[in-house]
Design a protein. Structure first.
Length: 348
């Protein structure tokens, strides 16, 4: 993908393991220069990725690249995390932790004693005559976490930190918008991946709400396959070719692809609109400034559709925006999670 001369000092590698690809990003120690960014497709025999399949993909992504060392920052995604906004009475920190765990316990899909439990305080909200604290609960089943870390270690890499996708996404967003007016404002970051879309509404670096929407590139491919009566692999190739404005396109096929994908895009816009509405009702006083689209499915065509339907300014994510040495490359938003992970220890 991209490669640069190594600098003295380096941060850990941000390792994003997606539904189809592994992506690796590494910065210099100051975070001002990109050492390397590369990706490789995960070739799997079944539905779940085995440690050996993961190792092969990572080895392929690293082969001939400029990455330094084997320390990585990894993250848990919605397949491994329990994510939910809850409300509890305002209290002292110790009491707050107890109230949150007590409120979340009945909603967890596994036993509390087997749970790694964290929470993020969002903001005060008014519910009838009471003022409550809106909190985002992040929980993980400890056996699943142990299994995940063991799989990473089997690749020969050494995890130095575990993050979560929503916070990595916000960290990548913060690296793009340096002005105080941008960083203090409210925005929605939407990472549109192959299997699903992760939406995070934030004020500056602080998340207010997190939602996972079960719509992504897979559903767009399936819509094209059904509409044009072709197999999924051919439909995926056709959709990507006719979604790339740099390529030569057949206008008739482009129209057919647009017709096929419109219902899925409309559903995604409707789900993101619900996030906008939840924010406006729950966190009053300041409107959303914009929507930032990232992930491998973020494209100018999707940007235009979201801007039109959400009636909000819509930008494409570019986690390398502040770097002067990056060559022109399409869909830089696909690197947002990996970039946010790579910045974690540098920002700590």
């Amino acid at each position: 993908m991209f490669q640069f001369v190594k600098q003295h000092g380096h941060g850990p590698i941000g390792l994003d393991i997606g539904a189809r690809w592994v992506k690796l990003v590494q910065y210099s120690a100051g975070g001002q220069r990109l050492i390397d960014a590369a990706r490789a497709e995960i070739i799997r025999a079944g539905d779940e990725t085995t440690p050996e399949e993961l190792r092969r993909a990572i080895d392929k992504a690293r082969q001939g690249r400029a990455f330094v060392g084997r320390e990585v920052v990894v993250c848990l995604d919605d397949r491994q995390l329990f994510l939910q906004n809850i409300r509890v009475p305002k209290a002292a920190p110790e009491e707050m932790a107890r109230l949150i765990q007590q409120e979340a316990a009945g909603r967890l899909p596994y036993k509390v004693e087997e749970t790694e439990f964290r929470f993020l305080e969002a903001a005060d909200v008014r519910q009838f005559d009471a003022v409550l604290r809106e909190v985002i609960v992040l929980a993980c089943h400890r056996p699943a976490l142990d299994q995940f870390l063991a799989a990473i270690e089997q690749t020969g890499l050494r995890p130095v930190a575990i993050d979560v996708e929503p916070l990595a996404l916000l960290r990548a967003g913060a690296s793009q918008f340096r002005r105080d007016a941008d960083r203090g404002g409210r925005a929605m970051f939407a990472h549109v991946g192959y299997r699903r879309t992760l939406a995070v509404v934030s004020q500056g670096d602080d998340p207010l709400m997190i939602k996972v929407i079960e719509l992504g590139g897979k559903h767009l491919d399936e819509a094209v396959a059904a509409h044009l009566q072709m197999d999924a692999k051919s439909a995926a190739s056709l959709r990507r070719h006719h979604g790339d404005r740099r390529s030569e396109q057949d206008p008739e096929v482009t129209r057919s692809v647009a017709e096929a994908t419109r219902p899925v895009i409309d559903r995604l816009a409707a789900e993101l609109s619900l996030c906008v509405r939840y924010h406006s009702v729950t966190f009053r006083g300041q409107p959303l400034n914009c929507v930032v689209l990232g992930g491998g499915e973020a494209s100018p065509m999707l940007q235009e559709a979201m801007h039109r339907q959400l009636e909000l300014k819509c930008d494409l994510s570019d986690p390398f925006r502040a770097l002067s040495t990056l060559p022109n490359a399409s869909r830089r938003g696909q690197w947002d999670i990996a970039a946010g992970l790579a910045l974690r220890e540098l920002a700590a």
